[in-house]
Design a protein around this ligand. Structure first.
Ligand code: DX5
Ligand code: ZN
Length: 216
């Protein structure tokens, strides 16, 4: 099975955002990955809803929205208004994760839980039946272009076995430092979806890089 490819627009050229989104539209990518940061949960601020409104209008691919913010449940209506397909919230930002997951589903989106590099897969045991997807961070969230954390491959394997053991249908997505080399190992370990920022937008031919990631 080909992995789902979700280029992250965090690494796009914001001066030419429409051009870069049109490239994704033409490409084989299945989703567009949107990174929202608040400068509190992560040490960086990316972009907010006024910008994303235009991104949503320009793209013809489902939006995979990754909220690196505190209290993500506050923004369920805004994310819904973008027409998002998936809403990813961080395990570390949600003391009442079960409730937030239900609220996302009730709003008509696919709920996903994201875990930071230091958060063990085993903590997902009691939520794995309720989520559409788990997003494993393979870098500390906040910035594009960081080095892949090797232990993430092992985490994908562990998550795959948790999913099989519990009969969950959750997909596994990985985000951070994904390129052709790390991507191949992640897919071999059980990843269903790969987010790629720098690997795509830093490539001489981004559309071709998406095709290559797809063929992993
Ligand atoms: C990091 C973001 C990622 C980022 C990935 O906080 O969640 O989606 O854009 O970028 P690369 O692929 O460059 O590591
Ligand atoms: Zn992300």
């Amino acid at each position: 099975m080909k992995p789902i490819i979700a280029p992250s627009i965090l690494s796009a050229d914001f001066g030419y955002l429409a051009r870069d989104i049109e490239m994704i539209n033409r490409s084989e990518a299945e989703w567009v990955h949107i990174d929202i940061m608040d400068g509190v949960f992560v040490p960086n601020i990316s972009f907010g809803f006024p910008v994303l409104k235009y991104v949503a209008k320009l793209t013809n691919k489902p939006l995979d929205v990754h909220l690196m913010i505190v209290n993500p449940e506050k923004f369920i209506p805004e994310v819904k208004a973008l027409g998002a397909h998936t809403m990813n919230v961080h395990y570390e930002a949600c003391p009442h994760l079960h409730r937030v997951i239900q609220q996302i589903r009730e709003a008509g989106m696919q709920p996903a839980v994201t875990i930071n590099p230091a958060t063990p897969v085993a903590l997902l045991q009691d939520i794995i039946q309720d989520v559409y997807m788990v997003l494993i961070m393979s870098v500390n969230p906040g910035f594009g272009g960081q080095k892949f954390i090797e232990h993430s491959v092992e985490k994908v394997r562990e998550l795959k076995s948790l999913i099989e053991r519990t009969g969950s249908k959750a997909l596994i997505e990985v985000d951070g430092g994904v390129n052709l080399e790390t991507g191949a190992r992640l897919v071999e370990a059980g990843a269903d979806a790969l987010v790629a920022g720098n690997a795509v937008f830093g490539a001489p031919d981004p559309e071709q890089m998406i095709r290559k990631l797809h063929e992993i």
